[in-house]
Design a protein around this ligand. Structure first.
Ligand code: ZN
Length: 267
């Protein structure tokens, strides 16, 4: 029995990794098409970024194709952008880790929506410094929709989260224009709406902490000027994912301030 349970667990983790990697591949492709203002669907075939050769199924297997081809195009030998591989492996690993963290539950469904949509937003933000409103707000809408399963208190927690996320970034933009963009505020509407207000506090905290740790040294070395636009979306996304793993411990640490219940569906 125990051996079977262990085997089943491993198979679920492997399936989550493979499924997550495939979705990461799809997210990467749609993010690139969005930035290039191409259609997501229809006759658009996947092609090599360099030579434009149409790619076939064996070129498009997540993680494996990139690894077997040594990160080079089969047809022209040009380097394939690491972003393809990175999106697949990050999505695969985090999907599996979240599946382990939450098990089959609404918390897992909400976590995966957060992972995949914030990955999309991070990729467009890193490519052209732009967080698109539609996928950012979609995260909030899907998040609030899932919250309906927890009743109105759960929806209210999400609305407060969206307001907190948006309000906090909007305040920074108003106090010190130029540092952050409205795209970041829109992204936090989505993340806050999905995680609820208590988790949202820690998403913001981690996002700014990690952003600061990465950006400050670059500024000190003068590689980055004060006025340079820095994509903050990826840091907010990393902060949110850290919160999904550590949020319950953090909420209990600060229970005296915010109560010990971490909010639906995390409790
Ligand atoms: Zn090529």
């Amino acid at each position: 029995m125990e051996l079977n349970a262990g085997l089943n667990g491993i198979m679920v983790i492997v399936a989550a990794f493979v499924g997550g990697a495939c979705i990461g591949s799809f997210i990467n492709a749609t993010a690139m098409r969005t930035v290039a203002e191409k259609k997501w669907w229809g006759n658009e075939r996947s092609v090599c970024d360099t030579c434009g050769h149409e790619l076939c199924a064996r070129d498009l297997v997540p993680i494996l194709s990139y690894s077997l081809l040594g990160g080079k195009c089969r047809y022209c030998g040009a380097k394939i952008g690491i972003r393809h591989f990175a999106a697949e492996i990050i999505s695969g690993l985090l999907t599996a880790a979240l599946a382990v963290r939450w098990g089959p539950s609404l918390a897992l469904a909400l976590s995966l929506v957060i992972l995949w949509l914030s990955l999309f937003n991070s990729m467009t933000d890193m490519e052209n410094g732009f967080i698109y409103d539609v996928p950012a707000v979609a995260l909030g809408i899907v998040g609030l929709g899932l919250r309906l399963a927890g009743g109105w208190p759960a929806v209210l927690e999400g609305i407060l989260g969206a307001a907190l996320g948006f309000g906090f970034i909007a305040l920074i933009i108003l106090i010190k224009p130029g540092g952050m963009g409205w795209g970041d505020a829109m992204l936090m509407i989505g993340i806050g709406g999905a995680v609820g207000w208590k988790y949202c506090i820690f998403c913001l905290y981690f996002g700014f902490l990690i952003g600061g740790i990465v950006i400050l040294p670059l500024m000190l070395k003068k590689k980055l000027k004060r006025k340079d636009a820095v994509p903050l979306g990826p840091f907010l996304a990393i902060g949110s994912l850290l919160t999904l793993f550590t949020g319950n411990v953090l909420v209990s640490r600060f229970a005296a301030l915010i109560g010990s219940y971490p909010g639906w569906p995390w409790g």
